[in-house]
Design a protein around this ligand. Structure first.
Ligand code: NDP
Length: 319
């Protein structure tokens, strides 16, 4: 067993929340260590244009924004590392966090922990969908990552929120036809996004429509769908099947210590703060926010978490 590493502030996650927490913690001389987790840069790595983050007057693409945030955090000497947190023990004043699998994970003893682990894409859960996803056979939850492979082809996208509309618009630029499967008789997306997809010629919207099965053995060849009013089923020939139905918070590793709601979001234990139920452990970003879920609100809560952590350390005489 290697010797545990003692640190003042551990930040878990590398989206706008984690990097903003790092910028504030580093500038407060807390010498933060930030673990990037399974998807360095977080969900913004799957986005194209971000037009609503204050300060970028002309917009910025998501990956570029994450590179900027990382560079800013490193400018103040944040120790940015790759690695996956596999276990935590928040029973004592010192928070024990284990990085990596196997017999000899790296053990960190942190005085404060900021959880910024974000959320991950949801799937429908159909056997055919998961099988084809796992063999890389044309099922994707990221149009921006994978749309390129379907240039000139016909694709389906499931979902009716802002993400589904954004991804459908993106796909429509690359693909011949995009069919949106919407399970209710209306979309959840903002009116502006709805109007956008409705105005694009090669996007067709099927309401009251659910996916029965993704067709194809080695790769997507079509989709069988059902109208949930008439119960009629039909097949549509497509080569790509995109899913944009929301996200699940990445909080499973904390479940024995941190209070989570029924969907797995961290419960904000004190309104107007980043406190969790465990002293010295703070939340920031989408892992605890199912309401706003914006880059700018994630960044804002990253700032709150770093300030709360600093005040906690000061109150304990540790900073
Ligand atoms: P949402 O939770 O807003 O929407 C999920 C959509 O998926 C809903 O329409 C839902 O249908 C549908 N859905 C869920 N489960 C199923 C299922 N099993 N079968 C079929 N359809 C299903 O998630 P988003 O990812 O779209 O957005 C998350 C947040 O991010 C929102 O707050 C959104 O406003 C924001 N956002 C903003 C953007 C922007 O401003 N540019 C871009 C992207 C996201 P139903 O409506 O019937 O529940």
């Amino acid at each position: 067993m290697s010797t545990p590493e003692n640190i003042n502030c551990l930040i878990i996650g590398s989206g706008p929340a984690g990097f903003t927490a790092a910028i504030y913690a580093a500038r407060a001389d807390m010498k933060p260590v930030l673990y990037q987790g399974g998807q360095p840069g977080g969900q913004l790595m799957e986005t194209t244009e971000v037009d609503n983050f204050p300060g970028y007057a002309e917009g910025v693409n998501g990956p570029q924004m994450m590179m900027d945030l990382e560079a800013q955090a490193k400018r103040f000497d944040t120790d940015v590392r790759s690695g996956w947190i596999t276990k935590v023990d928040f029973s004592g004043d010192v928070k024990k966090v284990f990085v990596g699998d196997g017999d000899n994970p790296h053990e960190i003893h942190a005085n404060t922990v900021i959880i910024s682990t974000g959320a991950s894409a949801k799937w429908l859960g159909l056997e055919s969908e998961i099988r084809l996803r796992d063999i890389g056979g044309g099922v994707s939850a990221c149009a921006v990552c994978d749309g390129f492979f379907y240039r000139g082809q016909d694709v389906v996208i499931v979902g009716a929120g802002d993400s589904a509309c954004e991804e459908a618009s993106y796909l429509a630029k690359l693909c011949r036809n995009v069919t949106m499967l919407v399970r209710r008789d209306e979309m959840r997306a903002s009116k502006a996004m709805q109007n956008r997809v409705k105005s694009i010629e090669n996007i067709k919207i099927l309401y009251n429509t659910e996916t029965v099965e993704v067709l194809g053995a080695e790769g997507v060849e079509g989709v069988r769908y059902r109208n949930n009013i008439t119960n009629e089923e039909a097949d549509l020939a497509v080569t790509g099947f995109f899913v944009a139905i929301g996200h699940t918070p990445n909080t499973a590793v904390f479940k024995d210590w941190i209070d989570l709601d029924e969907q797995g979001y961290i419960i904000q234990s004190k309104p107007g703060s980043s406190y969790t139920n465990v002293e010295g452990v703070f939340w920031s970003g989408d892992c605890a926010d199912k309401v706003y879920r914006q880059a700018v609100t994630a960044a804002g809560s990253g700032c709150m978490a770093a300030l709360d952590a600093e005040r906690y350390l000061a109150a304990k005489g540790m900073h």
